[in-house]
Design a protein around this ligand. Structure first.
Ligand code: ZN
Length: 71
């Protein structure tokens, strides 16, 4: 009998904590820049290993990612 083992290790869950306005404008269309705080949780065998929070920047009009601008 074959049992299916789900791949549960190494999965990272990302959760949006909140969004807020960021200073500056999109270089492409001039739209407002939005900062998104994301919490990513890495689990190994259902045990929470570490929680990292990072901030992503993107344009609210053309949805372009603006990571390189604020790194
Ligand atoms: Zn834009």
């Amino acid at each position: 009998m074959a049992t299916t083992v789900a791949a549960m290790c190494g999965a990272a869950e990302e959760r949006v904590v909140g969004t807020h306005k960021a200073p500056g404008a999109c270089p492409r269309c001039g739209g407002a820049v939005v900062a998104t705080d994301v919490e990513s949780e890495r689990r190994i065998l259902c045990l929470p290993l570490c929680v990292k929070s990072k901030r992503k920047y993107s344009c609210s009009r053309c949805l372009r990612r603006l990571v390189t601008l604020y790194s």
